[in-house]
Design a protein around this ligand. Structure first.
Ligand code: ATP
Length: 328
């Protein structure tokens, strides 16, 4: 692994996932730690491995260390100890290939989208002036704002404003896009627009590292996730592997709970439990429609039947014994 130079020195040497090398990853951190003055440990010996090409959800309740981690990856905050690698390159070479949206850029309300991006682009001393127009047009096109490019920023919807901010992060070819809570403060329409845009950008081959405190958002938008709690990594992997440790259950609402429990047991479903007028059991390989037919065939009055799939929230609760408190 090529460690990005930082004052804390070399990476800790913590193990990468077996059989993998740093070239496969857009971001690797090893023992990454940030202790603020006053003793607060915001990020605690964090080992992250973000595969290239993934949409990687960096998930955790408020205050779990997500922004501090992102600020370290971007060289805005020096780690106390540990190391990190971005795109396997030294920081000066990596950063031009990284687009980032950490705190929303300040746009001028009375200027158009395109004029705002021109101001933004001209503030970057590394961006060649001759190709500015093309670069800006491409970024606007990529976020679907070409038609609204001449409209004043103050007349943009919340979703359009955030898409313009993402366009600002995409001025130039990027291998990695880092977005800190990009749907925060957006209305449902704006949230949908940003989620769709993230998927499109990923489909074009850019790795997207996106922080969120919204479990459902990460489940919908991401291929992989890392779950944080008070600065520590709780789990990471593909969404399927994170959910995979938990079983899908079937839930039957019925006034005939005892009969329903007997039928589920006869069918071979495991861990049959009865409470509050409902019977639940591990679904295993059984088809829910067959289970329903068997229940009805045995005279059980089925008021409701649901397949309860494990969620990332269940993963978090299972691993920490705590609820996922977004205000925590
Ligand atoms: N400059 C700082 N000085 C001292 N403590 C800080 C500083 N920045 C962050 N912290 C603390 O570090 C912890 C992690 O904060 P951080 O902002 O990284 O979390 P987060 O997961 O991004 O949360 P949020 O979603 O609320 O931004 C918090 O307890 C926070 O109060």
């Amino acid at each position: 692994m090529t460690a990005v130079t930082q004052e804390a020195g070399a990476p800790s040497g913590a193990a990468l996932p077996p059989g993998m090398d740093a070239g496969e990853f857009a971001i690797v951190t090893e023992g990454l730690t940030k202790r603020f003055r006053g003793g607060q440990v915001a990020v605690d010996t964090l080992d992250l491995a973000v595969p290239r090409g993934s949409v990687f959800g960096f998930l955790g309740p408020n205050g779990s260390g997500k922004t501090t981690t992102i600020r370290m990856l971007l060289g805005l905050v020096a780690p106390t100890s540990g190391g990190y690698s971005v795109l396997g390159l030294p920081q000066a070479q990596a950063l031009p290939k990284v687009g980032a949206l950490v705190e929303g850029p300040a746009f001028y309300p009375y200027l158009s989208g395109v004029a705002n991006l021109m101001r933004f682009d001209s503030a970057d001393p590394t961006a060649p002036r001759a190709s500015a127009k093309r670069r800006i047009a491409e970024a606007l096109d990529r976020v679907g704002l070409s038609a609204a490019a001449g409209k004043r920023f103050r007349n943009y919807s919340l979703g359009m404003r955030q898409r313009l901010a993402i366009a600002a992060a995409l001025l130039g070819p990027r291998e990695l896009l880092i977005l800190d809570e990009p749907t925060n403060g957006l209305d449902p329409q704006g949230t949908r627009e940003v989620r769709a845009l993230v998927k499109e950008i990923a489909a074009e081959g850019t790795t997207v590292f996106v922080s969120s405190h919204l479990l459902a958002e990460v489940e919908q938008m991401c291929t992989h996730a890392a779950i944080m709690r008070t600065g520590r990594l709780v789990a990471q992997g593909t969404i399927a592997s994170l959910n995979g440790g938990l079983v899908t259950r079937i839930r039957v609402e019925t006034p005939d709970a005892a009969d329903a429990a007997r039928v589920l047991g006869t069918l071979g479903l495991a861990d049959v439990l009865t409470s509050d007028g409902a019977v639940t059991a591990e679904l295993g390989g059984h088809a829910p429609e067959r289970v329903n037919a068997a229940l009805v065939g045995e005279g059980v009055a089925v008021r409701g039947l649901a397949v309860v799939r494990p969620s990332l929230e269940d993963v978090f609760v299972g691993l920490t014994g705590e609820g996922f408190d977004v205000d925590g």
